[in-house]
Ligand binder design. Structure first.
Ligand SMILES: C[S@@+](CC[C@H](N)C(=O)[O-])C[C@H]1O[C@@H](n2cnc3c(N)ncnc32)[C@H](O)[C@@H]1O
Length: 382
C-alpha cells in the first residue's frame, strides 16, 4: 500500500518511520501477541496472522503432500468415484495407517474430503487441480526446483554452479542455442505446451486479434499459443519462431492439429537471426522474463530491425507487482529464474523502458482476468 511519504509528503517520513518501528516492536513482542489473541477486538487479527505465519512455515510440507497425492494417483482415482479407505489401501499399496495420515493431510489442505458414508472424494481444490494439466505438469516438474532450493542462501550467493534447472533449460547461459540438439529441448517444450492453454485463454480475453492478418510468435514454443489464437480467429495466419529443435516439434504439432496450412514454424536464434517478415502483430509470450536486460535489449533490437513502424507488439508474462500476481512473480518466479541461471520477473515500468530503448513505444497495459497467470502489455514499433 502506498503511504503518505511515498505519495509525496516527505515531511511525514520520520513520523511514519517511528510508527513502523513501534508497530514492528509490538507485533514481535510475545506479551503483545498474548494480549492481542485474548482481546475481543484484536482476536480475529491475531488468529489470521497466526494462520498466515503457520502457512509460511509449513508450505513446503503442503507441497509434498500434494506431490504424494499425485504420485499415488490419488486425486485421479477419486475423480472417477469416491472410495473407501480399504479400496484406497489396495490401490495405493500404502499401509492403512500411512494412508490415513496422507488423507487427513490432504483433507486439511482441501484436496480431498470425507463423505458422510466414510468414503473419500475430491474437495473443491482437488477437483480444480485434476482438471488443470498445466498445474499438474508444473507440480511434477517441481522436483528439480525443490533440489535447487535446498540451500536458498547458497542459491542467492550464486554458489550453486550446477543447478538442476540450468540443465533443464538447455538454452540458459548457452552461447549457441541454435546448435542445441532437439533431445535437450524436448522436456521443457512439452512442459511449456502443457501449461500454455491457461495463458492463451487470458491473452485472448485481453486482446482482440481479429484486426490482424499475420501473427509472428517469437519464442513461440510448440505453437500452442499460436494455435489457440488461430482457432479463435479463423482469418489469422501465423509464424512461430523458435530454436530449430523446438520449431520442428511445433511443425509436427501443427500438422497433427491440421493447422500447418495456416501456421508455419521457423527455426533460428532470436538474438541474431533475421526474423520472418510480414507480420502485423508480434507476440512474446513468457519469453522476456527468461533473459537478463542486455539479452532482452538484444532480442528486442533484432526484432525491431525487421519491423515496419506501427507493427503491434504484445508481451505476455507474469510481472512483478502487488497482491497475488506479486506472490507468483516475486516470491516464486524470481527464485525459479535464479535457479535457472538467468532472467527475472520485471515490473511493468521496467519492461516499458526496455521496449522504448529498443524502439517500441505507446505501451499500455491490457486488463486481464487472472493477473497471477500473466500480465499483458501492448506496444508498437515506432
Ligand atoms: C519459457 S518458453 C515459452 C514458450 C512459449 N512462448 C510459451 O509461452 O509456451 C521460452 C521459449 O523461448 C525459446 N528460446 C529461448 N532462447 C531462444 C533463442 N535464442 N532463439 C529462439 N528461441 C529461443 C525456447 O526454446 C522456448 O520455446
Amino acid at each position: 500500500m502506498q503511504d503518505a511519504a511515498d505519495a509525496g509528503f516527505p515531511g511525514l517520513q520520520p513520523l511514519i518511520g517511528r510508527w513502523r518501528h513501534l508497530r514492528d516492536g509490538l507485533l514481535a513482542s510475545p506479551a503483545f501477541q498474548q494480549w492481542a489473541s485474548g482481546f475481543p477486538l484484536t482476536r480475529w487479527i491475531a488468529r489470521r496472522q497466526a494462520a498466515k505465519l503457520f502457512d509460511l512455515c509449513a508450505g513446503f510440507v503442503y507441497s509434498r503432500v500434494l506431490k504424494a497425492c499425485l504420485q499415488l494417483r490419488l486425486l485421479d482415482t477419486l475423480r472417477e468415484a469416491p472410495r473407501s479407505l480399504a479400496s484406497l489401501v489396495s490401490l495405493t499399496g500404502l499401509p492403512e495407517e500411512s494412508l490415513r495420515i496422507l488423507l487427513d493431510a490432504a483433507r486439511a489442505i482441501e484436496l480431498v474430503e470425507q463423505r458422510k458414508d466414510g468414503c473419500y472424494g475430491l474437495a473443491s481444490l482437488g477437483a480444480s487441480l485434476v482438471g488443470n494439466r498445466g498445474i499438474l505438469a508444473m507440480i511434477a516438474h517441481h522436483d528439480l526446483f525443490y533440489e535447487d532450493l535446498r540451500d536458498p542462501v547458497a542459491l542467492l550467493r550464486g554458489a550453486q554452479e550446477d543447478t538442476a534447472l540450468k540443465a533443464y533449460w538447455a538454452y540458459s547461459r548457452n552461447t549457441s542455442p541454435s546448435a542445441l540438439p532437439g533431445t535437450s529441448l524436448d522436456e521443457y517444450s512439452s512442459l511449456m505446451a502443457e501449461s500454455q492453454p491457461m495463458i492463451a485463454g487470458e491473452v485472448l480475453r485481453a486482446y482482440d486479434f481479429s484486426r490482424h492478418r499475420l501473427m509472428l510468435d517469437v519464442g513461440g514454443g510448440e505453437g500452442v499459443f499460436s494455435a489457440a489464437v488461430a482457432r479463435a480467429h479463423p482469418a489469422l495466419r501465423g509464424v512461430i519462431f523458435d530454436l530449430p529443435g523446438v520449431a520442428e516439434r511445433a511443425a509436427r504439432r501443427l500438422a497433427e492439429g491440421r493447422l500447418a496450412e495456416r501456421i508455419t514454424a521457423v527455426g533460428g536464434d532470436f538474438f541474431s537471426d533475421p526474423l520472418p517478415p510480414g507480420a502485423d502483430i508480434v507476440t512474446l509470450v513468457r519469453v522476456l522474463h527468461d533473459h537478463d536486460d542486455t539479452a532482452v535489449l538484444a532480442l528486442l533490437r533484432n526484432l525491431r530491425r525487421g519491423l515496419p513502424g506501427g507493427t503491434a507488439l504484445l508481451v505476455a508474462e507474469p510481472m512483478s507487482g502487488e497482491g497475488a500476481a506479486g506472490r507468483l512473480s516475486d516470491a516464486y518466479l524470481a527464485f525459479y529464474l535464479l535457479a535457472m541461471g538467468q532472467g527475472r520477473p520485471r515490473r511493468r515500468e521496467h519492461l516499458i523502458e526496455l521496449l522504448a530503448t529498443a524502439g517500441f513505444g505507446r505501451a499500455r497495459t491490457l486488463k486481464v482476468g487472472v493477473p497471477m497467470l500473466t500480465s499483458v502489455l501492448l506496444a508498437e514499433a515506432v
